[in-house]
Design a protein around this ligand. Structure first.
Ligand SMILES: [Zn+2]
Length: 179
């Protein structure tokens, strides 16, 4: 799951992947390494009194089947999806109604709809233009605290793969002998 999002620094590229300077700390629930997330992201996302936050590092767990969203690097605290103010795309990658881009409000459903009706997607260009215009705020809007482009590309890849599989099936049907 080390997808490169290729986002510019103003969209949080520095925080998109854990850096080697910060050793990864495994999620206490699923034992997979989490991604460093800034205190501001937790302040924006937590549906709890912010007095619960401590002066420790927090990590974001993006394992889909793990219910822990944030945990403290010292392992003492875990916050589940019900403890935060957004549905988390990383926990529901196949749920078409959960935002994948929180700044510009794109869902897998809206992306797939455009692909199905026009055969192409303008979503990456639209998000990139928004980032360049300084209109994104991934650190306070996206639960993962960083740019969504990697997730958006993954949604598009899955939609395109599903579309071409459907096309193959249709081609096979239309080429089948009619005798
Ligand atoms: Zn986890």
């Amino acid at each position: 799951m080390a997808e490169k999002c290729e986002c510019p620094p103003e969209a949080g590229s520095e925080t998109c992947e854990p850096t080697s300077a910060r050793p990864s700390v495994a999620c206490p629930a699923c034992a997979r390494p989490g991604k460093t997330v800034g205190a501001l992201t937790l302040k924006a996302m937590l549906a709890h009194p912010l007095t619960e936050l401590r002066e420790v590092e927090y990590r974001f767990c993006r394992t889909p089947e793990c219910s822990t969203v944030y945990y403290s690097a010292d392992g003492e605290q875990q916050f589940l999806e019900r403890d935060i103010r957004e549905h988390v795309h990383n926990k529901h990658p196949d749920d078409d109604s959960v935002f994948v881009c929180y700044c510009f409000r794109h869902t897998p459903e809206s992306i797939k709809k455009e692909l199905a009706t026009t055969g192409r997607s303008t979503v990456v260009a639209a998000i990139t233009a928004g980032i360049q215009a300084g209109q994104c705020a991934c650190d306070i809007r996206n639960p993962q605290g960083s740019c969504c482009l990697g997730n958006v590309r993954a949604v598009m890849d899955r939609a395109e793969a599903a579309g071409s599989a459907r096309q193959d099936a249709e081609n096979k049907l239309s080429f089948s002998p009619t005798t």
